[in-house]
Design a protein around this ligand. Structure first.
Ligand SMILES: Nc1ncnc2c1ncn2[C@@H]1O[C@H](COP(=O)(O)OP(=O)(O)OP(=O)(O)O)[C@@H](O)[C@H]1O
Length: 259
């Protein structure tokens, strides 16, 4: 079953066609890669899916367990509520808050309390707080961050800050995560750990992953299927091996900047 279907997606900025009749499908519980040289249109595709942009043409269908959703009918916050969340290229943490509180932010749309009940400390609020904290602690453990929960996010190294951001995404219990260059700024061993973690997110949490990444070793290691775009158009799709051997892909990367 496809969890995400992108069909004939197009968007232009002025005279520039950033995405040009792009179609691809992501199977449930798979790790799917979207790659291409700089400026190929990858982030623009993500921005259309997460509804930061409205495409000129095309369809984006997201299917969670029960229902198909035409994402173009939704706003960004509704897409998140349906179970499709994304990370950003730059780490967006509240540096003055603890690791735990930063992850807690990801639950914003899911907690039951409101200002009225919380302000009055009504019965049930404490129980809800405990339930939520328990959930966050499980994510902290899953990410190997146990012991750091009460430390300030700002005092953590960059690799850990990226994990905290990922934790914020995981805690909302999504069905599909869009990872936008998760390895950017990471060193080799951090990237190797990230590869293992991406696989564990899929295998242990049953979350489908759509990955945009410039680090080809990571893409080739974790993705089952890869779509390559250049100038907004799909130029190849296939297994990591098929993509590595594809002449069009090699030309696109040789003609552009570093992959
Ligand atoms: N908001 C915008 N306004 C105008 N042009 C834009 C906008 N967003 C993207 N573009 C242009 O669309 C094209 C695709 O950009 P995009 O950022 O999607 O590429 P990318 O594949 O993500 O690149 P990179 O790998 O460098 O992040 C580029 O030519 C870019 O300059």
């Amino acid at each position: 079953m496809n969890i995400l279907t992108v069909k004939d997606l197009s968007i232009s900025f002025g005279g520039l066609k950033a995405v040009d009749s792009l179609s691809f499908e992501v199977k449930q519980n798979s790790i799917y890669g979207l790659i291409g040289p700089n400026g190929a249109g990858k982030t623009t595709v993500f921005n259309c899916i997460s509804r930061f942009y409205t495409p000129d043409e095309g369809e984006i269908i997201f299917r969670n367990d029960t229902k198909e959703h035409n994402l173009l009918e939704y706003k960004t916050y509704q897409v998140i509520e349906k179970g499709l969340v994304r990370t950003f290229q730059n780490v967006e943490l509240v540096k003055t808050m603890t690791v735990l509180d930063n992850i807690l932010i990801g639950l914003h749309s899911k907690t039951k309390g409101n200002i009225f009940t919380e302000g009055l400390r009504l019965p049930g609020v404490k129980k809800e707080e405990e339930r939520v904290k328990d959930k966050v602690m499980k994510i902290i453990e899953f990410l190997g961050l146990t012991g750091l929960e009460n430390h300030l996010a700002a005092s953590q190294p960059y690799g850990i800050q990226k994990l905290i951001e990922l934790g914020r995404t995981l805690v909302s219990e999504p069905k599909l995560i869009i990872l936008d260059e998760p390895a950017a700024g990471m060193n080799h061993s951090e990237t190797e750990e990230l590869a293992k973690l991406i696989k564990r997110i899929r295998d242990e949490l049953n979350i489908t992953i759509l990955l945009v990444e410039h680090d080809m070793s990571l893409v080739m290691e974790v993705c089952e299927k890869i779509c390559v775009i250049n100038f907004g158009k799909k130029i190849a799709e296939g297994s990591p091996l098929e993509i590595q051997e594809n002449i069009e892909v090699q030309k696109a990367y040789l003609g552009g900047e570093e992959a």
